[in-house]
Design a protein around this ligand. Structure first.
Ligand code: MLT
Length: 303
């Protein structure tokens, strides 16, 4: 039996995983994988926009959001195994993945080891290269700083790099909610995930073997995983399309949700051969449905 909602729990790989599952049973499945150190709610705009046409699932990676941390050492391999066991638990044989940054590292790892489980990938603001020595050192310093100065301080420092300069005046609510996501992650999970990120293997030499359609999205001002890195991946992946999102940095899906969703809609309509409906049309149709419901309630109340 399938459960619908925004905080469903499933026991996977010896821990409880929290996830959102929306959309109709027989629609193609898209699984969203969040970035570090955020959680499934970073995909709220995408879940809302796509659930009318797809079954959309967003889950919390272990140690993030409302999922347990479990007892194993965090690695990107383990996160990819969690994903496959999560799909098994939900009886999903095949799905598309949309992963942002760390979510993209997991998606690339998963398609390398389980290519038969995926229809398509969206690689958003991510990278196939492993950490340089300099980045590894920064991660060690970050762990030290978290233990020394606390998570809130770490959140303030991280946020400076996640958003484009203009987003600080145009997306204040989103910035507050991203800070909350970071502050709700435990010191232990932050430290263990930073170690997992630093230890991950590169996947650039596997890109030419990817055999499904891939959409590469990146914020024009992304400094963590800049557009040049996306271009490099685009050149290696046979069936790939790349789109640079203006007025956005690393969290392009939150900074420019309409543009981001439009690209997702267009891509998945092509992958699953369904008539293309633009994001604006979907928003309008949701608006019309809501207006009809309100009119109906008003007419019932006036009887
Ligand atoms: C993320 O957004 O997931 C992180 O920036 C990934 C990283 O630090 O490599």
């Amino acid at each position: 039996m399938r459960y619908f909602g925004n905080d469903i729990k499933l026991f996977v790989n010896n821990l409880v995983v929290s996830y959102t599952d929306q959309g109709s049973d027989d629609a193609p499945v898209i699984i969203f994988i969040h970035g570090f150190p955020l959680n499934k709610t970073m995909w709220n705009y995408q879940v809302e926009a796509l659930m009318g046409r797809f079954r959309v699932i967003a889950y919390d990676i272990r140690g993030h959001g409302d999922s347990d941390a479990g007892n194993d050492n965090f690695t990107i391999d383990l996160f990819a195994t969690d994903l496959i066991q999560f799909m098994d638990g939900l009886k999903i044989e095949k799905a598309s993945l949309c992963g942002l940054s760390m979510g993209g590292y997991i998606a690339l790892n998963a398609i390398e080891h389980y290519p038969e489980r995926f229809d398509a990938l969206v690689l958003s603001d991510t990278n196939c290269q492993p950490d340089s020595a300099e980045v590894k050192e920064k991660r060690m310093k970050a762990i030290h700083n978290i233990l020394e100065n606390g998570v809130s301080n770490y959140a303030d420092e991280s946020i400076k790099n996640l958003f484009a300069q203009e987003s600080f005046s145009t997306h204040e609510d989103e910035i507050i909610s991203v800070k909350e996501m970071i502050c709700n992650t435990s010191e232990e999970s932050l430290g263990c995930t930073l170690l997992a990120l630093a230890a991950r293997n590169g996947t650039c030499n596997k890109l030419s073997g990817i055999d499904v359609p891939v959409l590469i999205l990146v914020g024009e001002e992304d400094k963590i995983t800049p557009p040049e890195v996306s271009t490099l991946m685009h050149e290696q992946i046979k069936d790939s399309t790349m789109y640079v999102i203006p007025h956005a940095a690393h969290l392009s899906n939150i900074e420019q949700p309409e543009e981001y969703n439009e690209q997702l809609m267009r891509f998945f309509a092509k992958v699953y051969k369904i008539p293309e409906v633009s994001y604006t049309e979907v928003s309008n149709s949701i608006f019309i449905q809501m207006r009809e419901k309100v009119m109906m309630l008003l007419s019932i109340n006036s009887i």
